[in-house]
Design a protein around this ligand. Structure first.
Ligand SMILES: [Fe+2]
Length: 478
């Protein structure tokens, strides 16, 4: 499978697709898949631009709206995670992933999908310690604080991703796993980016949860963006031959290394259609009770917890979820517009901020039997919504959030680009192999609580804790 990996897209889809066409023309080989590591900027209209955390001078509509409206079509299946410059109102409609335009799929807060036999995991947003334990409480229209905190990574996604077992071929994150620089040519990086030096020395460059996930799974490849430079590293697993090939890419600008082409061996007997990952679906189902949409802190279950704390699914739990999907995990091609598209003749036609219940999420949640955070948030705002499962108690705490500063320098992208010289396959040449090692690990191996770690029986999501956490929301519609 031939995969193109993009660093920060910053809304420059025309340039990225043109670059891929140029690669295909020069190599005579078709690219099967484009992966974007965040700052995708899926801004449909002016209202979406106002939900994006960037200085006003960078609030430019760029090119996504053409693919959203149907004026253009994405020439290659495109999958992306969120970064810290996004149309956050639109992405919030798709917390578990979905199509933002035909052939362009957003992975949600976190998810795992498969294409053929290639398994791709991703986590959106960037790390900010002070927001890690909050629920997904933000809702449009955002204020000065929530327009930033909305894209901060939450512990529920990290916890869920840690429940995965088996090999992961590719992992995507926007910010770099913290400490990854020491597995590459750090000296050269500091020479190119001297202002990274202090953060590298204090081990504060990047995301600690991402490094936890990397060390938990040791995926074959880990791709990131955010810091706007290309950087490669090899992260070895101790006492093992397993190694994760890390690559960060630049943003989409002339003379920048923003695109990488990679050939990954795959089973040619399997079609390259996009599918859900059964283990991930089952984890979502089993951990629905951990969903929190309030500004309250919560800890994820540990071996000290009463009740189940390990959610790596059993075979019978996965079977039960597979049946919910009628044994068909193919992701439906069910994109529909939920807001007006930008019109250059009437740019202000769509300046209102919209936050819709997206039917893709509704379908997905109904099929799996989990809750849509957008439903819950709308109920908190006293918008009448039907079809919510009942629940029963309240979580008392409500802590203040500090405003954060995670702005990065954005430069003006150019409207023209000749990029082929910046697209290399050297990373692939030096690091590709087909020895995709099984990096299966469990969340804990505490011998004292084996009976509560997991279960052999299919289990409905634990509603008690969910009731406790979200009671005030459900109470209002009961
Ligand atoms: Fe970024």
């Amino acid at each position: 499978m031939r995969i193109a990996i993009e660093g920060c897209a910053h809304g420059e889809l025309d340039i990225i697709y043109d670059s891929i066409r140029e690669v295909e023309k020069n190599t005579g080989q078709k690219v099967d898949l484009l992966l974007c590591c965040g700052d995708f900027q899926s801004t449909r209209n002016v209202g979406d631009l106002n939900c994006m955390a960037v200085p006003d001078k960078y609030k430019q509509i760029r090119t996504f709206h053409k693919y959203y409206s149907g004026e253009k079509s994405a020439p290659v299946l495109t999958i992306f995670i969120g970064g810290n410059h996004e149309a956050s109102n639109y992405l919030q409609e798709l917390p578990y992933g979905g199509w933002v335009a035909p052939n362009i799929y957003y992975m949600g807060y976190a998810s795992v999908v498969t294409i053929g036999d290639i398994r791709i995991a991703g986590i959106s947003g960037i790390y900010k310690e002070q927001d890690l334990q909050y629920g997904h409480f933000e809702t449009p229209p955002y204020d000065r604080s929530t327009i930033r905190s909305v894209y901060h990574t939450r512990n529920i996604e990290v916890f869920r991703l840690k429940q995965l077992s088996g090999k992961i071929d590719i992992f995507l994150s926007h910010d770099w796993p913290c400490g990854v620089t020491k597995y590459g040519n750090e000296e050269d990086l500091i020479r190119r980016k001297p202002y990274f030096e202090k953060d590298i020395q204090t081990n504060s460059l990047g995301s600690p949860p991402c490094m936890e996930l990397l060390r938990h799974h040791y995926p074959s490849y880990w791709f990131s963006a955010h810091l706007h430079c290309k950087y490669a590293a090899l992260v070895p697993k101790e006492e093992s031959d397993t190694v994760t090939k890390f690559l960060a890419l630049d943003k989409c600008l002339p003379e920048r290394k923003f695109l990488q082409i990679l050939d990954i061996p795959h089973n040619h007997n399997q079609s390259l259609s996009l599918s859900y990952d059964l283990e991930w679906l089952t984890i979502l189902f089993l951990t629905n009770h951990l969903l929190n949409v309030q500004k309250s802190r919560q800890h994820m279950p540990t071996s000290d917890a009463i009740g189940r704390w390990k959610y790596t699914p059993t075979e019978s739990e996965k079977k039960s979820v597979l049946e919910k999907f009628n044994n068909n995990l193919k992701i439906p091609l069910n994109f529909k517009q939920t807001a007006q598209s930008f019109d250059s003749k009437d740019p202000l036609n769509s300046r209102n901020v919209t936050f819709q219940i997206n039917y893709q999420t509704t379908d997905f949640c109904q099929k799996l039997g989990i809750d849509d955070p957008s439903f819950l948030l709308k109920i908190l705002r006293n918008e009448k919504i039907e079809d919510i499962s009942p629940s029963k108690r309240k979580e008392p705490e409500d802590e203040e959030i500090e405003e954060d500063e995670d702005e990065e320098m954005l430069s003006e992208p150019s409207s023209t680009i000749s990029s082929f010289q910046h697209i290399s396959s050297s990373f692939c040449d030096s690091t590709c192999d087909d020895s995709m090692t099984d990096t299966s690990t469990s969340i804990s191996t505490s011998p004292t609580t084996p009976s509560t770690g997991t279960s052999d029986k299919p289990v409905e999501p634990t509603m008690k804790k969910f009731r406790r956490r979200n009671f005030s929301i459900y109470e209002s519609i009961m």
